[in-house]
Design a protein around this ligand. Structure first.
Ligand SMILES: [Zn+2]
Length: 190
């Protein structure tokens, strides 16, 4: 299986670091990249071919940056595409959610496998960690323009204190769960 990993937001945070947490000096782009590299390691060990490319062009809003992540994944012939992000809202919201193009089909199945593993892993650490489920986001180019099944996982909220602790100290568990979700999906296909 060829897995394309796309950590969210710009490489090095320029021009777009994603969501920020000034108290802990966290940037979404750094956490997404760290988790993405760990996923790359886990899936490589599991026998997958893995390519990783960070991109900030989430909704096709930066044509000069190219839909390079779309082109790169399709020309490489990826079987699945996984974008990795952190959420942010009002400091009180918590939990994981996975965004998919539609609530049917292969992308949805991939997203559900990832969501199930991630929520299960985080609830083992913190039973109050919420399962926010799957959400339909047809306008995101990483979900709309990718020809292979694609899912975007919002691992946890970067602006919530409890979720922050998971994002800072449990990156290995988060990455292992995302990796298991990908291999679960692949095994279901038979
Ligand atoms: Zn993001």
């Amino acid at each position: 299986m060829k897995v394309f990993i796309n950590p969210g937001h710009a490489q090095g945070g320029q021009p777009d670091p994603g969501a920020l947490n000034d108290f802990y000096n966290l940037r979404e782009c750094d956490i997404a990249l760290a988790i993405g590299k760990l996923v790359q390691g886990f899936l490589s060990k599991a026998g997958c071919e893995v390519k990783l490319l960070q991109s900030h062009n989430l909704a096709g809003e930066a044509p000069e940056y190219g839909e390079s992540v779309i082109d790169a994944s399709s020309s490489w012939g990826a079987d699945v595409f996984v974008s990795i992000h952190c959420n942010a809202f009002d400091t009180t919201a918590r939990g994981a959610e996975t965004l998919v193009y539609d609530l049917v089909g292969d992308g949805h199945a991939l997203g559900q496998c990832i969501q199930n593993q991630l929520v299960d892993a985080m609830q083992k650490i913190d039973p109050t960690f919420p399962d926010r489920g799957l959400k339909r986001r047809p306008l995101l180019c990483v979900l709309r323009a990718t020809p292979m099944p694609a899912a975007l996982v919002e691992c946890a909220f970067i602006d919530n204190d409890l979720d922050d602790k998971l994002l800072m100290t449990r990156q290995t568990e988060i990455a292992a769960a995302i990796s298991r979700g990908v291999t679960d999906y692949w095994q279901k296909l038979g």
